[in-house]
Design a protein around this ligand. Structure first.
Ligand SMILES: [Zn+2]
Length: 296
């Protein structure tokens, strides 16, 4: 079976492994510390690709930031990405083809092909972590929009300028629905500026009433966003992934979402494609793109 070198650029670690056409990781997973500057990240990518490109059909990269329709460049970014990184043409990093895609889009594709959304041609995956990413699949195709960056979860929850988001704007869905959003809700309700998401989740597990209030407010922000997404995209299901996704009460969310939407009921599900969804999704999207190119 054909295989790709797949690379996931995370905030602290870069992972690399071979992934086959079935979405299986078929090698050891290399782990590298993510360098501090964009130039160093590119050098590290070149080094990883040079070590492996002879063994694979192509290289696939999952990264933060919005990626163009050609899957060659990061064309917009949030504060998480080092300055200068968006100028890089990833296709120049290897003698073989290179495919790059936004990490949440990759995670969504992995959920669609091997995870919770398998068999559902209309689905959305939200990656709930420090921030929030999103990938939208419509009629079996990843929605890219006019420039390639559709699915960014920075739609407005209010115009009151209460919370400053990582993207520079105020009151985006992300700054309410993310782990950071949970922490800010915790600060608002307790006055404790040092409170962490861990403290809140631990408090919920112990039945602390204030922490339960914080958690319920956070879940309601997510539900508000899910209602909007369900009405606009009419998905078979919405998958909640990322480090915070597992803390969501999906049955409760599904009930409230379906009470409010005007379309037919949808499913709210936990992700099942695992910690390496970004890497798997990048490779599977690359196989789609490059096998189409070959058959033309
Ligand atoms: Zn934002």
């Amino acid at each position: 079976m054909k295989k790709a070198l797949s690379i996931d650029i995370g905030g602290t670690k870069i992972y690399a492994a071979y992934v086959n056409e079935a979405g299986e990781i078929v090698s050891d997973i290399e782990k590298h510390a993510t360098p501090k500057t964009s130039e160093e990240i590119i050098e590290k990518l070149k080094e990883i690709i040079a070590n492996h490109e002879k063994e694979v059909e192509f290289s696939a990269i999952s990264t933060a930031g919005g990626v163009n329709k050609e899957n060659t460049k990061v064309i917009c970014s949030t504060a998480n990405l080092p300055f200068g990184y968006p100028k890089t043409d990833f296709s120049a990093l290897s003698n073989k083809p290179v495919f790059v895609e936004n990490d949440a889009n990759c995670a969504a594709w992995a959920e669609y092909k091997i995870g919770s959304a398998k068999g559902y041609d209309n689905n959305i995956t939200l990656t709930l972590g420090t921030g929030v990413g999103g990938g939208i699949i419509v009629d079996g195709k990843l929605l890219k929009g006019k420039s390639g960056v559709a699915g960014e979860m920075h739609f407005k929850m209010s115009m009151d300028k209460k919370r400053h988001c990582s993207c520079g704007a105020y009151d985006c869905f992300e700054i309410y629905a993310s782990g950071n959003g949970l922490r800010i809700t915790g600060i608002e309700l307790t006055g404790n500026k040092d409170i962490t998401t861990y403290d809140i989740i631990e408090g919920v597990d112990k039945g602390d009433s204030t922490m339960l209030r914080v958690y319920n407010i956070w879940q309601n922000y997510i539900i508000a966003g899910l209602i909007g997404l369900a009405d606009i995209f009419d998905p078979d299901c919405i998958v909640l992934s990322g480090s915070m996704g597992k803390f969501c009460d999906v049955e409760y969310m599904q009930e409230l979402v379906n009470d409010e939407i005007v379309t037919l009921p949808t499913k709210i599900l936990h992700a099942t494609s695992g910690n390496y969804a970004g890497m798997i999704g990048a490779a599977l999207l690359g196989f789609e793109k490059f096998s189409q190119a070959c058959s033309k």
